[in-house]
Design a protein around this ligand. Structure first.
Ligand code: PLP
Length: 395
């Protein structure tokens, strides 16, 4: 008999993927250049040339047996040291290689982090709007995901909602800053308040509540803004990172978990990750890509296009009368729809060849997401369609 749980999941396919599939189908009819596809968060800029050079150099000049061999259970020590040094330099932390575990992207990092701190029957609390894959990530580990409603004024944390959600079975709080889909980064004030809350609540329930900080967009920050580093605010933090967006290599599946050295039982966590990998099957990410990201540790793709697009779209949305928070980073923006039902709003937009994603899928009905990882020329061209849509449908 096949597993009913996964069979049931087939009926609840990703809304984002479905809209993206519609864009592709529509593109076949009218030419993809005429579909304004704001659905998918797939980087639109190439990886930096140094990444390609690093891969070529490794392929040409490393003993193939070593290059393509199994990497150690706890991943490559020299790369873990490179990650630790970079984080220490940039954020004033004191990681050693022993606190870093290389993973298959942020998804792999989260799979390990959740299992390190939570067991079946416990819960993890996150904040809307949130990345919808958190549900399968958390439920796949046997825990329950609890979602705090959004604070739509500025998309910082809704602390008023926390008390009803965090309880003695809460293993961790899961945050994502800069945030997919809002683009907002949590301020130092928000992170300080969260740290105080978790410290006090952990004491109340007699166990440490971990913070899992999902940061695949850390490097995509606008206006020279320094995005506060959550682990700096709270000792019991597991930072989950991905090179997917910073180096534009989502297909290579490479990221890491960084364990704050001051976390409870910090020295056990990376060795535990090695054991968790045995069960999840996501052990030993590609050695080639571990080495390659190590060599590019402080580099990014040319990310400027995302900021250019964000400024153009933000100004256009304001001009059209949308309520919208200005993103601090990522390649997403999350305006309020022009009618209560964002699903209806996004469906109507399709008639104008605009692919927008309703906020319901991020736990925030009434809003919609635009992923502007597309060319600036297309962003500009989409404004005529957006204006026509708004004027014809909403007067
Ligand atoms: N977390 C967030 C907020 C994301 O947006 C994504 C991917 O889009 C991930 C995690 C997963 O990242 P990766 O593809 O690197 O595993």
């Amino acid at each position: 008999m096949i597993a009913q749980h996964y069979k049931d999941m087939l009926g609840a396919k990703s809304v984002i993927r479905e809209i993206s599939e519609w864009s592709t189908a529509r593109g076949k009819e009218i030419g993809y250049e005429n579909v304004f596809d704001y659905s998918l968060g797939n980087p639109s800029v190439p990886c930096p040339p140094q990444f390609t050079e690093a891969c070529l150099d490794l392929l040409e000049h490393t003993d193939p047996v070593a290059l393509h061999g199994y990497t150690p259970t706890l991943t490559l020590p020299e790369v873990r040291a490179q990650v630790a040094e970079s984080l220490n330099r940039r954020f004033g932390m004191d990681y050693t290689a022993g606190h870093i575990f290389m993973t298959s992207g942020a998804a792999g990092a989260l799979a390990h982090a959740i299992r390190c701190v939570g067991v079946s029957g416990q819960n993890i609390v996150t904040f809307a709007p949130f990345f919808p894959e958190y549900k399968p990530y958390v439920e796949g580990a046997g825990l329950t995901l609890r979602v705090a409603p959004p604070r739509v004024e500025d998309f910082q944390i809704n602390f008023d909602a926390l008390d009803g959600l965090v309880d003695e079975n809460t293993a961790a709080v899961l945050i994502n800053s800069p945030n997919n889909p809002s683009g907002v980064a949590y301020s130092a004030e928000t992170l300080t308040r969260l740290a105080d809350y978790l410290t006090a609540t952990g004491k109340k329930y007699g166990h440490h509540i971990f913070l899992i900080s999902d940061e695949p967009y850390r490097e995509i920050a606008f206006g020279g803004v320094e995005v506060p580093y959550p682990a700096k605010f709270y000792a019991d933090t597991l930072t989950c990172y991905s090179f997917s967006k910073s180096l534009s290599v989502p297909g290579e599946r490479i990221g890491y978990v960084a364990v704050n050295p001051h976390a409870e039982d910090a020295d056990y966590i990376v060795p535990m990750c090695g054991q968790i990998s045995r069960g999840t099957g996501h052990n030993c990410p590609s050695g080639l890509f571990q080495w390659a990201v190590g060599r590019c540790i402080d580099l990014t793709s040319d990310l400027q296009v995302y900021e250019t697009n964000m400024n153009l779209i933000y100004d256009e949305l304001k001009k059209l009368g949308f309520t919208v928070s200005k993103p601090d980073g990522t390649f997403y923006i999350f305006p309020k729809a022009l009618e209560e039902d964002a699903n209806a709003f996004c469906r109507k937009a399709m008639a104008y060849d605009l692919a927008l994603v309703p906020g319901d899928t991020f736990g925030c009905p009434g809003y919609f997401r635009m992923a502007y990882c597309i060319g600036t020329e297309k962003v500009r061209r989409s404004f005529a369609a957006l204006e026509k849509f708004v004027h014809e449908v909403y007067g």
